[in-house]
Design a binder for this molecule. Sequence first.
Ligand SMILES: C[S@@+](CC[C@H](N)C(=O)[O-])C[C@H]1O[C@@H](n2cnc3c(N)ncnc32)[C@H](O)[C@@H]1O
Length: 259
Amino acid sequence: MTLASHAKVIANSLLLRLVPNYRNWKMRRDWDRRARAAPREMTATFDAASWDAYWASGVRDAWIILEALGAAYDPAHTVLESGCGLGRLSEALAERFRSVVGIDVSGEMVRQARALSRRRNVTYLEADGSSLRVAEDASPDVIVAWTVFRHLPRPVMESYVAEAARLLDRGLLVFEVQHRPGARQRAAPDFNTIMEREYDRDALESLRRSNGFRWATTRVLPSAEPDTETWLVVWERTVGSLDIDLQQVGGHPPVVRTP
Ligand SMILES: C[S@@+](CC[C@H](N)C(=O)[O-])C[C@H]1O[C@@H](n2cnc3c(N)ncnc32)[C@H](O)[C@@H]1O
């Protein structure tokens, strides 16, 4: 580590501790910069070669989500995509659901998503970076976070799960995370807004329990990062904690591997 980068780490750690809202401010600034510099690459690195490839990848990922939802899929549902970027996935989901609200911490992403949008049943909104307040009037049935949780500081990821539980009396939280089988999961400093964090089952399990979700399914998808997997997780919230407790009897559902 050079002296300059060492100084940066110390400065960021101090600012995080001393300045209220520094983390949210930094997430917004960093992602605004990425949105201006290379929006397609920063939101879908491996599908950024052309706009055609980019939008087609959104359709592909929407199908992966629909497949994971299985019988829980309902075209009458409203979806909230947290961390929607340019709307790559939101636009594709809007073809399959009644309506979609895409929210993002980056005002620049939201501005570009609105300009690119081709659908009337999608709305894009700028968010505060750790809550879903901006979208609560939409009363979503399904909340999706796709290639977002892996980039978030852990307290922010946990805040989004708690927010999802708050908004969903009954409904589904669908998210993907990176997982490193048989090894220590990679972490990152809280001020780092891009480095991929990894999660194991125990960490997710404790988060699920504390927020009253039922574990509906896990799909294991290929990952571009060596020695890791992508987990697509679907958690369900039903009305009443007794209901949830009873459904937890029997342990985790099986993991389904998608080649
Ligand atoms: C890798 S991109 C994925 C975009 C989109 N989900 C997709 O699949 O095309 C991550 C997105 O999350 C957004 N993001 C990062 N931190 C966020 C936060 N704390 N709250 C909301 N959005 C955030 C970024 O601005 C960026 O648009």
